[in-house]
Design a protein around this ligand. Structure first.
Ligand code: ZN
Length: 390
């Protein structure tokens, strides 16, 4: 992980928000920190004498975010929300919107309250591969504690209000000046500072620490494998039929994908869950596993998905039960999207997941969030609300 800061480049960004845009773009330039809309950043500033949190708006990517991509929200309102006993995420979004000083701005990130309660001007949040790889390993709790002795470490909870509330409670007696950052288990990392460059520097340094550890303890040793023959067109036709629309595919026969798809017990190795919770919206929790016959594999996938839904659902609307990607024994990985762009995004997410899984296996085994937590994320009321509207 390279620190991309350049004094020359930084000169063209002015003021608090300018600097915030610049270091957000720097974070976004590394796909090992954030992928496709992942991560979020903020800066606390003043507008007409009032304290305002400028926080990443939804729908923006850090790599290309501009000043207008940040939602300006009244800081005191957000801080007060952290003290509520309970709050649904839909109500949280509503209250956050009402506290915006520019109604044309995008919706604030669901982590806005968390950004607000961290007592530093700049806050950076990423889903750094190296950090989540270590966290998602069987000894993750101990390894993270040893690597980050001066960080606040939070066991997994759902993003949104509950996460902010948790950190608010856990940090009441914390000396923030001795806290170097926050690790959210199975999710990601926060760094912060009153100086924008330092907050970014801290993120890079923390991630370098995790990368160094992985290079020493969990090197990725890929075997050279020749892919076997596989009829992608037939698979594409069957998936299109199951989904109810024509899917675009992205085929991945890289050595990473081949090694991943060559595990002797594929149905177990390749179904161990997402790298960071929000990926589930794109990939579902598990892929279609094809070892022999496509039809029987697909039938089993859909039946399993329906029973997973029934097991946890209360009033939710079931999403399309067909798979979003397939792992094909000895061949590689095929991602399915509404269009090429979406298939490509899924392939990117899976590529990062595969590397994490293979490395975490070298640390004793990969272990993501539970099935119940996965369901809660996949069927998050905020995502469901969009469906119900549609
Ligand atoms: Zn996150």
């Amino acid at each position: 992980m390279t620190n991309l800061w350049s004094d020359e480049e930084a000169k063209s960004f002015e003021g608090d928000l300018g600097l915030r845009v610049y270091t957000s773009n720097l974070l976004g330039r590394s796909d090992r920190l954030v992928l496709h809309g992942g991560g979020n950043t903020s800066v606390k500033s003043k507008v007409d004498g009032e304290d305002i949190l400028f926080v990443k708006g939804s729908g923006w990517d850090l790599v290309s975010i501009k000043a207008e991509g940040f939602a300006p929200v009244k800081l005191d309102v957000l801080k007060k929300m952290a003290t509520y006993e309970s709050l649904s995420d839909s109500d949280m979004v509503k209250e956050q919107k009402e506290a915006m000083i520019d109604k044309e701005a995008p919706n604030p990130s669901v982590e806005a309250i968390l950004h607000a309660i961290l007592p530093f001007k700049f806050v950076d949040h990423t889903h750094a591969d190296a950090v989540v790889t270590i966290s998602n390993s069987k000894n993750g709790e101990k390894l993270i504690k040893d690597l980050y002795p001066n960080f606040l470490i939070i066991p997994y909870v759902m993003p949104g209000f509950i996460l902010a509330q948790n950190i608010y409670e856990m940090s009441k007696d914390l000396d923030w000046n001795k806290c170097e950052g926050i690790i959210l288990h199975n999710h990601g990392i926060f760094t912060f500072d009153d100086d924008g460059k330092t907050s970014y520097d801290k993120m890079i340094e923390a991630v370098q620490r995790a990368e160094k550890f992985l290079d020493e303890q969990a090197e990725l040793n890929l075997e050279e494998i020749t892919p076997k023959e596989f009829d992608v067109e037939t698979l594409q036709a069957k998936i299109s039929k199951a989904k109810g629309f024509d899917v675009a595919v992205k085929v991945n026969k890289s050595q990473l994908a081949l090694n991943y798809a060559s595990c002797s017990n594929l149905a177990q190795c390749a179904t161990r869950g997402v790298l960071t919770p929000e990926h589930i919206i794109r990939t579902k929790r598990v892929p279609l596993i094809v070892e022999n016959d496509i039809d029987s594999a697909l039938k089993k996938f859909i039946a399993d998905y329906e029973s997973y839904f029934k097991k946890y659902a209360q009033e939710e609307i079931m999403l399309n039960p067909a798979p979003n990607y397939a792992v094909i024994k000895g061949f590689g990985v095929v991602s399915f999207g509404k269009n090429e762009k979406e298939a490509g995004i899924i392939d990117d997410v899976i590529s990062h997941t595969m590397e994490a899984v293979l490395r975490a296996d070298r640390l004793g085994g990969y272990k993501s969030i539970s099935e119940a937590d996965s369901f809660e994320m996949e069927y998050w009321e905020l995502e469901q609300a969009k469906l119900k509207k549609a």
